[in-house]
Design a protein around this ligand. Structure first.
Ligand code: GUN
Ligand code: ZN
Length: 429
């Protein structure tokens, strides 16, 4: 018989999207809640005393007033940039050539790649993140390293070989053919193995020739159940560069669209400076947009239009974009999303922020039936928050009159000290 574990605490779950439905109808906060885990799956959810009575044989873990939620889902990150996070003073193109490319050059060394992959998963787990979608480097070793590290932890992961065949230094370029061949071999090795998913990963249009983008489109057409992740319209200078590189393209999105890289399962990181055509086309094709707020302020990219894009019905996830993003923490990322919302005149509710960091990102990855919520049948990836983790937070949450008021100080000021426990695949991580 599979052993079962009963977690007791406050619980937060969603039955609808609070970006579209009222918070009271969409979010469910149970002050005396319980979650039963069996064989890595959430087997039951309910009120604490009733659940105790119903499952007397389950091993009990009592979290008291702590808040049990779905584990965070980070929909866009670069694990190879772990050690160069918080590098000073550059904007996107210079930041890539000064800090990023030299670091990514090192990932042909499997031992080095494994060391950083393990470090990255340690850091993200310590921050409550249970699933990431990450870019790797051009080196197949970097892809094996992160998939192997995630598999050891029983962790759900999305990753792919970053393909670049131009505008990158010697030693950090593949070719249209080798990018296709290596990606295909890695995809066949990893996609669907345990909890791994492969994402076809052209870095962005400036670093791929039309031939390489075409090869990526061919590969995606051959493996349509994979995701496709890339960057779109992050900085104004980048958009100008794309215009010069692709003079015939209608816009930045078109540089992907003409090669079959725009459709359901495409993940567009940043998506800040969009034209009306790009917005309409991505909505029609149900493309996922990924908001990377700490990165967008850190590299100076711009303010994502959360309110407008939500109103248009886009599929939107939230992400750190480590290490262009300045944090491994999805709490910090929610705080930055709040701040950017304020700068654009919309205050996102704590339920909306939390939804974006869990179900929203899971929807972006098309995994919302598996992760990102507390519900029967979902995979048991859970994060337990201490809502009074520091003196500054504790004195504020002590004044709270509602659960949301108790949570918001942790969203705005919390860090890894707020993460009491993380459960991955039903096991305490
Ligand atoms: N655009 C292309 N590559 C990158 C990257 O590594 N980080 C960010 N933030 N933007 C990119
Ligand atoms: Zn990125």
């Amino acid at each position: 018989m599979t052993s079962s574990v009963l977690l007791l605490g406050q619980t937060l779950s969603f039955t609808a999207n609070p970006m579209h439905t009222s918070v009271d109808d969409a979010a469910h906060w149970q002050t005396h809640g319980a979650v039963l885990i069996e064989g890595g799956i959430i087997a039951a959810v309910g009120e604490r005393d009733a659940m105790r009575a119903r499952y007397p044989m389950a091993k009990t873990v009592d979290y008291g007033d702590h808040l049990i939620t779905a584990g965070f889902v980070d929909a866009h990150a670069h694990y190879p940039q772990t050690a160069i996070i918080a590098s000073w003073g550059k904007r996107l193109i210079d930041w890539l050539s000064t800090y990023t490319f030299p670091e990514e050059m090192r990932f042909g060394d499997k031992t080095f790649a494994t060391d950083i992959a393990q470090r990255y998963l340690d850091l993200t787990r310590a921050n409550g993140t249970t699933t990431v979608a990450t870019f790797c480097t051009i080196h197949p070793e970097s892809v094996d390293a992160i998939f192997e590290a995630a598999e050891q932890r029983g962790q759900r992961i999305v990753a792919g070989k970053t393909c670049m065949d131009r505008n990158a230094p010697d030693g950090l370029r593949d070719t249209a053919q080798s990018g296709y061949d290596d990606s295909k071999a890695l995809l066949q090795k990893w996609h669907g193995r345990e909890r791994a998913s492969y994402a076809i990963t052209p870095r962005f249009s400036p670093t791929s020739t039309p031939e390489q983008l075409e090869a990526m489109g061919t590969l995606w057409a051959e493996h349509p159940d994979c995701l496709m992740q890339t960057h779109l319209s992050e900085q104004v200078d980048e958009i100008e560069w794309v215009k010069n590189l692709f003079p015939d393209a209608r816009d930045y999105l078109d540089t992907y669209e003409r090669f079959g890289l725009v459709g359901p399962g495409a993940l567009m990181g940043h998506a800040i400076h969009l034209t009306p055509r790009e917005r309409a086309r991505m909505k029609d094709l149900d493309v996922s947009l990924v908001h990377c707020p700490t990165s967008n302020t850190f590299i100076g990219s711009g303010l994502f239009d959360m309110q407008g894009l939500t109103a248009e019905g886009h599929r939107i996830g939230l992400a750190t974009d480590t290490g262009g993003g300045s944090s491994f923490s999805m709490l910090r990322t929610m705080a930055a999303a709040y701040e950017i919302g304020q700068l654009r005149g919309t205050a996102l509710h704590p339920a909306q922020l939390y939804w974006l960091a869990t179900q929203g990102s899971a929807q972006a990855l098309r995994m919302e039936d598996k992760i990102g919520n507390i519900a029967v049948g979902m995979e048991a990836d859970l994060t337990v928050l201490d809502l009074s983790s520091t003196p500054a937070i504790a004195q504020r949450s002590a004044r709270a009159n509602t659960p949301w008021e108790a949570l918001f100080p942790t969203i705005m000021m919390g860090d890894d000290r707020a993460i009491k426990d993380v459960w991955i695949n039903g096991k305490k991580g």
